[in-house]
Design a protein around this ligand. Sequence first.
Ligand SMILES: Cc1cc2nc3c(=O)[nH]c(=O)nc-3n(C[C@H](O)[C@H](O)[C@H](O)COP(=O)(O)O)c2cc1C
Length: 298
Amino acid sequence: MLGIKTVFTEMLGIDYPIIGAPMFLVSYEELAVAVSRAGGLGTIPLPNYRTLADLKKALESIRKATDKPIGVNIHLSGKFPWKEQLALCLDYGVRFFLTALGDPRLIANEVHACGGKVFAGVVSLEQGLRARNCGVDGLVAVGAGGGGHCGSIPALILVPYLKEKVGLPVIAAGGISTGAQMAAAIAVGACAVIVGTRLIATSEARAAQAYKDAVIAAGPEDIVVTDRITGNPASWLAKSIEKVEKQPQLGSKRWLDIWSAGQSVAQVGEIKPAGEIIKDMAREYSEVCRCLKNTLVP
Ligand SMILES: Cc1cc2nc3c(=O)[nH]c(=O)nc-3n(C[C@H](O)[C@H](O)[C@H](O)COP(=O)(O)O)c2cc1C
């Protein structure tokens, strides 16, 4: 299989421009390790770890399993001990920081001094320009139809728009779960893709079996976008919301049973090891590029 080289693979020293999405309560050490080992970039969201000791243990276990690059999603708000989290991550060789909430300037210098990169997730040009003023190295275009908090502009439109107007490398997120979709994103200028929903149905994801099964069973029509759950627009499996709302006795634990997933459930047919998904995507990407070339007539 041919390798895939982009600005992002060169920046991070990885084989494929495929990032395993940070997913709250879903992506932990095992998933990140599997993605990185397969040649992509595995990530974890730091809010998954309640204490610094838990985070340290996780980083240690990742480092025991692989010396390949990994990334984190760091929340730069007063609610989180981000300074201590940052120091720990840098100590354990994390070199990719995806920011959410707060000002990326708070970490940019320290990350850069260690040779790392800071990318900001954005859903609009206004957010992209603001992130550029904060000294980020690139943007994640969070498009419509993606899992978790999502945007309203399709990634295939947002990526070239941001790339042109902001002038930074742009990663595509939202609705990308196959090599063909990845080829489309790279064709419109993305330097890498983030894959979330597809990786929920993997052996390494820490989602409940029923959640994985629901992702497999769902079609894109079963996804609802609402701000009712977290206060910001996010994608959910509609049936999981309906079920929880019928059982108010679940109380504060109810959010554990409200499952996030994006419209790319359309392409999820079975549970697979995450590494296989990354390698399959890279293989399919190469095949699609070859096929597209064959459509050209002299
Ligand atoms: C269950 C779930 C949890 C998520 N949690 C986070 C998170 O904690 N931080 C974050 O930056 N993005 C989070 N996201 C968004 C993903 O990082 C990514 O942008 C998105 O899943 C990409 O779209 P896709 O699901 O269509 O692949 C989450 C997505 C899902 C599906």
